[in-house]
Design a binder for this molecule. Structure first.
Ligand SMILES: Cc1cc2nc3c(=O)[nH]c(=O)nc-3n(C[C@H](O)[C@H](O)[C@H](O)COP(=O)(O)OP(=O)(O)OC[C@H]3O[C@@H](n4cnc5c(N)ncnc54)[C@H](O)[C@@H]3O)c2cc1C
Length: 677
């Protein structure tokens, strides 16, 4: 009941969590951004001309559907009427945010038979009496009173953008002592502990919410003193390293190191993950010569199951902690190798291809994008200048079928920059103030209230922003999906150059995304020579969806290269150059959950079974059809096939030496490192 009255109070806050571009934000006079005006203007996925904002203006067909939708809601009222007042609180899909309406009450929980997206939006029911005596029902975890440990409650764990909802209490201890006491409490109760970063991973890699005795700890409020909060040191070879709180994001780190001319060697698109969440996973950018970000973590300060703290600095041991998915203990602080860049050129190249072919595909990368990849991967495209060090590519097939538009967001550095580049190459003026403005920008959500972007990003990631361009009437009419998909996919590509310029002018640090809309994403590592085949197959699936009344793909294909270093026991692919193929789409042009999952499975099957691809574990993967014919991601049979038995045995032997009680061994992670059934 306490939970119900809590959500009632929060329901009064009608403003959805939004983020705004500084230059286009509609300020409500208090420094925060309101839904409306320029919302979403800073998103790569921004769309234009949305014209309606509620289901109230539905046409006759939609009205008929709404009636049967109402009947479906009435069939299981407890799923949708959260406070028992006879009025459904849930059951509506918010087409502007790409997630369930009324986030304070409702989460996305798909059940067999849901025939539209809204029906999967159910009341979060974490006050079930069955949870009594479990971590899910433990008042010390739901609302820590400070007697055992000082921690902020962040309610229950859910992934960013509502991909997965759980009843696992989510707490944010403030100090080493508080973390130690929280672990001791967990052990005294026989609970499992999982560690979250910003919750941006798609599946149950933090927790899948299935075990009522698992709760989640985050470092979002954690601080320490000295070098492990932040410090820089000089190395004998003249390079520099930074030690940093693992609960910070890259934005917090860059606010310190970028004004001194230093960068991480690898480059993600956005700032908005916790450093611990990046290093404990296989997160990468588009650097042709750099590997996973975890490769540049040279030392770590960690807390083990018994609350003891140790520094991991022997390279052989650091290899276990990189990409360890929180299964060894809490990474409290990270030392990163930094790279000095005197000059940095952030730019984009866009081109309408003559046609879609292996030649035009490779020629764009090698010649136009000046990708630093060997010319002999494939003969197509010849050999290029190789002057760019980083590239993130988007290709719009749905918007221009015969002559697709392709765009690269690229970077050159130091002596490779173009002398005639019309933009910043050095340190922007007022860079410290610009970082402060980025971190201090106010955002609001309808669950936790107002906070700064910097706080929000550490707690549960970049605030999702609106999907512009969705006319709700049109979205509900499948006949109009194809033209809408065309606009959405085209606009995503069109907006990138502006985003690049905006952050280039302010901080010129290589990032181009501060925020993102809630898109579905799945990415796979493919041998570079098979790059065209991977994207060609994806194109054929996208194009085949155009006449569908089930699901129409609505965002561009995306790809990058990554040069994997041999630096982690659990790295998903061996060292060398890899092509990273990514499928992204909004769920909104899908009839129901199953429709988009079926298409994602189709592409995954081809990439994995025909091309030997391996998945990015932070995104969607492992689609499998159940005996009932339902497709779901993160299948056990897929999870257990990613690592070899030898790798699993090696990791588990070390894991047992660090966590003999299996305190951190819960959720999806264990399925990656246990033998297949
Ligand atoms: C909008 C969006 C954009 C993305 N862009 C990219 C991209 O450009 N490149 C890319 O490679 N991926 C990308 N991803 C995927 C994302 O980077 C990864 O899923 C990343 O791990 C998320 O970090 P997080 O801080 O949210 O960690 P979480 O998802 O919360 O956690 C990830 C893993 O790390 C563990 N962990 C977290 N903190 C700690 C800690 N302190 N100690 C020990 N273990 C810990 C968790 O238990 C979990 O297993 C993107 C995802 C989204 C939603």
């Amino acid at each position: 009941m306490a939970w119900t009255s809590g959500i009632l109070a929060l329901a009064a806050l009608s403003i959805l969590r939004v983020a705004c571009a500084e230059e286009e934000c509609v300020d409500d006079g208090t420094g925060s951004c309101q839904a409306g005006g320029g919302i979403g203007a800073d998103s790569v996925l921004i769309q234009r001309a949305w014209s309606q904002d509620s289901l109230a203006k539905d046409g006759p067909d939609v009205q008929a559907q709404a009636e049967s939708h109402a009947e479906a809601l009435a069939r299981s009222p407890a799923d949708y009427d959260c406070n028992g007042d006879g009025v459904p609180d849930c059951g509506k899909w918010n087409y502007r945010m790409g997630m369930c309406e009324n986030q304070a009450y409702c989460g996305h929980m798909y059940k067999l038979g849901d025939w539209n997206l809204g029906l999967s939006c159910r009341c979060r029911r974490c006050d079930d009496p069955a949870f009594q005596g479990t971590a899910f029902g433990d008042a010390q975890l739901q609302k820590p009173d400070g007697s055992l440990f000082d921690a902020m409650s962040w309610s229950t764990f859910r992934n960013w953008a509502d991909h997965l909802d759980t009843c696992a209490p989510w707490i944010m201890p403030r100090s080493d002592g508080d973390l130690r006491n929280a672990l001791a409490y967990a052990r005294s109760k026989g609970y499992k502990v999982r560690i979250s970063g910003a919750g941006h991973s798609a599946g149950g890699i933090v927790t899948d919410g299935k075990d009522a005795n698992t709760f989640v700890i985050s470092l979002a409020e954690y601080a320490t003193t000295g070098e492990w909060q932040f410090g820089m040191r000089d190395m004998p070879d003249g390079s520099k390293r930074a030690t940093v709180n693992a609960g910070w994001t890259q934005a917090h780190l860059y606010a310190k190191v970028r004004p001194l001319g230093f960068f991480l060697p690898a480059q993600t698109a956005g700032y908005f993950f916790a450093l611990g969440g990046i290093v404990a996973n296989s997160v990468h950018g588009g650097a042709y010569k750099a590997g996973f970000v975890h490769s540049y973590a040279t030392r770590m300060r960690v807390m083990l199951y018994d609350g003891s703290i140790k520094i991991i600095e022997d390279e052989e041991e650091v290899r276990y902690w990189r990409c360890s998915f929180g299964m060894l203990g809490i990474i409290l602080g990270i030392e990163f190798q930094l790279e000095h860049r005197e000059q940095l050129q952030m730019y984009s190249v866009k081109k309408q291809m003559d046609g879609w072919s292996a030649e035009s595909f490779w020629s764009f990368m090698k010649q136009d994008a000046e990708a630093d990849v060997p010319g002999d991967i494939v003969p197509e495209g010849g050999a290029g200048s190789r002057k760019s060090w980083n590239g993130e590519y988007f290709v719009n097939w749905i918007g221009s079928v015969e002559t697709p538009t392709v765009l690269v967001y690229a970077q050159k550095a130091n002596s490779s920059v173009d002398a005639d580049f019309n933009g910043p190459l050095g340190m922007p003026q007022n860079i410290e103030q610009n970082y402060a403005a980025l971190l201090d920008r106010k955002v609001t959500d309808d669950w936790h209230g107002r906070m700064t972007w910097g706080e929000a990003a550490r707690r549960d990631g970049s605030p999702p922003i609106e999907i512009m361009g969705l006319d709700v009437n049109d979205v509900l009419d499948a006949m109009k999906w194809a033209p809408m998909a065309k606009i959405m996919s085209s606009q995503a590509v069109t907006n990138i150059p502006r985003l690049v310029r905006t952050l280039g002018n302010k901080v010129n640090d290589g990032f181009f995304l501060k925020d993102s809309a809630a898109a579905l994403a799945a990415a796979y590592f493919v041998e570079p020579a098979k790059a065209f085949e991977a994207m060609d197959y994806f194109r054929s699936v996208q194009l085949a969806s155009r006449g569908s009344k089930e699901f129409v793909w609505n965002l561009p294909g995306e790809f990058r290269f990554i040069n994997v270093q041999d630096s982690a026991v659990l790295q998903p692919v061996k060292a060398g150059l890899w092509f990273n193929a990514q499928m992204i789409s909004f769920a909104d042009l899908a009839k129901d959950d199953q429709a988009w999952k079926r298409d994602f499975k189709k592409v995954e099957d081809y990439w994995v079974k025909h091309l030997g691809a391996k998945p990015h574990m932070g995104k969607l993967w492992g689609f499998e059809t159940s005996p009932e014919g339902e497709v779901e991601p993160f299948a056990d049979s897929f999870a257990c096939s990613i690592y070899s038995d030898e790798t699993k045995a090696k990791f588990n032997e070390y894991r047992k030496s660090q966590d003999p009680d299996d305190l951190f061994f819960a959720g999806l992670g264990p399925k990656l490192v246990t033998p297949c059934a």
